[in-house]
Design a protein around this ligand. Structure first.
Ligand code: NAD
Length: 485
């Protein structure tokens, strides 16, 4: 097997990156492009021995890396950020083939967010001000101790950005890291590790293993030497990882799925609301934060729908490399079957398919932007995450009913609210159960804000100091006053 492959003009390593070097495996898994089904690579398939090697390297590297302190670590993160900025186009082009996210979004914002993640956490970790106070004749300080080797497991959507979002704070906080990206889109994370190598990170600080969740993923999270587990993915997998964390008493953070309400009140700017609602189909709806449940005030639903349909009509299904394309294919044939399965079950149960509800004639892994009016709030398609271009529409007659519907699923990741009233924005924004509520906007992110989910959408918070605290053991240092000078 060749250790590197050409992916449409870009060389990508197929190996793990462990202890500062590329390392192979005797077996591989196939990685195919969602765009045309072509075989992109046979990627090394890690196993229990790979997991053991990666964690052993992270354990060995931990004392020196944690001992550098935030100022000693920050230059590595800044160097990596500069290298990412210099390679945005290459990474974007490969990730477009591998995951089929729109190339122009990848180039304009998504891959560059990786550089922002490393910069932001390098700076934030250095700016930390220890909490200091007096009590009972003693001086108290809150000190951050790096917690140890961390395992980070990430999903197939936006793999580069999401992996850097989680590994940047871990490294800045002084943890050593083993990253396992998802097996459906492993290539852009491999490219990250060429840059890690160039940035000169000490061996063993930042490791990559490729492979399936059931094999290498499960071995990583079960290792008793790991001190933090950070996961983004589905609630089903989170349960497995949570069991491993509980067994070894290891703190665990989980960013999971969503079934997010998109609330439109009669006092909203309906054009703006409809335009943002139509954007929920972007990336073929494979976005955890998407507002997939449209909840619209009864008195304006027809006006809203007219505007919404006009916006959705502008969507272009096509090759994600093309400028004109707005809806890309789904990631994998299994995922297409999952998405169409939800729609077919909704149809059979008597839910109304308002638009879409099928694949376009051109076939491939594309699915039409779909809107469903469910028979009841208990419909499966209302209560469960589809993770595809499928929205539902329901109406409400009062603010109380809007909040009740918004909070009526087991999830609580995000909420989107359109209103012209400041009082309502505050009232409803507080009442919606979610980690983030956007009012009259969507996907605007401040990296210092807490990020995560309520209900089955997650455990813990990442973002800013919240992530740095997670990757630290917070210690109280208490000194009796007058006894030291
Ligand atoms: P998934 O749970 O199937 O897989 C995620 C990762 O877990 C993959 O790397 C997989 O290999 C690994 N894994 C699977 N089984 C494992 C095991 N037993 N032990 C260790 N690792 C294991 O999720 P997915 O299908 O890749 O991603 C889609 C899901 O991710 C959706 O639910 C989506 O909403 C969610 N998501 C959430 C956020 C967020 O920030 N909240 C962001 C992106 C995606």
């Amino acid at each position: 097997m060749s250790a590197r492959v050409e992916v449409h003009g870009h060389t990508v390593s197929l190996e793990h990156y462990i202890d500062g070097a590329r390392v192979g495996s005797p077996t591989t898994f196939e990685d195919r492009s969602p765009i045309d089904g072509s075989l992109l690579a046979n990627v090394c398939r890690g196993d229990a021995a790979t997991a053991n090697a990666a964690i052993s390297a992270a354990v060995r590297a931990f004392p020196a890396w944690s001992g550098l302190g935030p100022e000693g670590r920050a230059p590595y993160l800044h160097r990596l950020a500069e290298l990412i900025d210099a390679h945005v186009d290459h990474i974007a082009e490969v990730e477009c083939w591998d995951m089929a996210m729109l190339e122009r979004s990848l180039k304009a914002r998504v891959i560059g967010r990786g550089a922002r993640n490393f910069r932001a956490y390098a700076d934030l970790s250095c700016e930390y001000e220890e909490r200091l106070w007096q009590s009972n004749g003693t001086t108290n300080r809150v000190v951050r101790d790096p917690s140890g080797p961390a395992v980070v497991i990430t999903p197939w959507n936006a793999p580069f950005m999401l992996s850097t979002w989680k590994t940047a704070p871990a490294l800045a906080a002084g943890c050593t890291v083993v990253l396992k990206p998802a097996e459906w889109s492993p290539l852009s994370c491999s490219m990250l590790f060429d840059l890690v190598d160039q940035a000169g990170f000490p061996s063993g600080v930042f490791n990559l293993v490729q492979g399936t969740g059931e094999e290498v993923g499960a071995a990583l999270v079960a290792d008793t030497r790991v001190r933090r587990l950070s996961f983004t993915g589905s609630p089903e997998t989170a349960r497995h990882i949570g069991h491993a964390g509980a067994e070894n008493i290891v703190p665990f953070t989980a960013e999971l799925g969503g079934k997010n309400p998109f609330l439109v009140f009669a006092d909203a700017d309906l054009d703006a609301a409809a335009a943002k609602a139509a954007l929920q189909f972007d990336d073929a709806g494979q976005v955890c934060l998407s507002g997939t449940r449209l909840l619209v005030e009864e008195s304006v639903v027809e006006d809203f729908l007219t505007r919404f349909h006009a916006q959705v009509d502008r969507h272009v299904l096509g090759d994600p490399h093309d400028e004109a394309t707005t809806i890309s294919p789904l990631i994998h044939p299994d995922h297409l079957a999952r998405v169409s399965g939800f729609v077919e079950r909704a149809r059979s149960a008597g839910d109304e398919i308002v638009r879409g509800g099928q694949q376009p004639d051109s076939g491939g892994l594309w699915y039409e932007p779909t809107l469903i009016r469910p028979q009841s709030n208990d419909s499966e398609v209302v209560q469960h995450e589809v993770f595809g271009p499928v929205l539902t529409i329901q109406t409400f007659a009062s603010e109380a009913e809007a909040i009740e519907l918004a909070n009526s699923t087991a999830y609580g990741l995000s909420g989107i609210l359109f209103t012209g009233s400041a009082e309502r924005a505050d009232r409803v924004g507080r009442a919606v159960r979610a980690g983030t509520v956007w009012v009259n906007c969507f996907l605007v992110r401040d990296l210092t804000a807490p990020f995560g989910g309520a209900g089955i959408s997650g455990i813990g918070r990442e973002g800013g100091d919240y992530a740095l605290d997670f990757y630290s053991d917070l210690k109280t240092l208490q000194i009796l006053n007058g006894t030291v000078s």
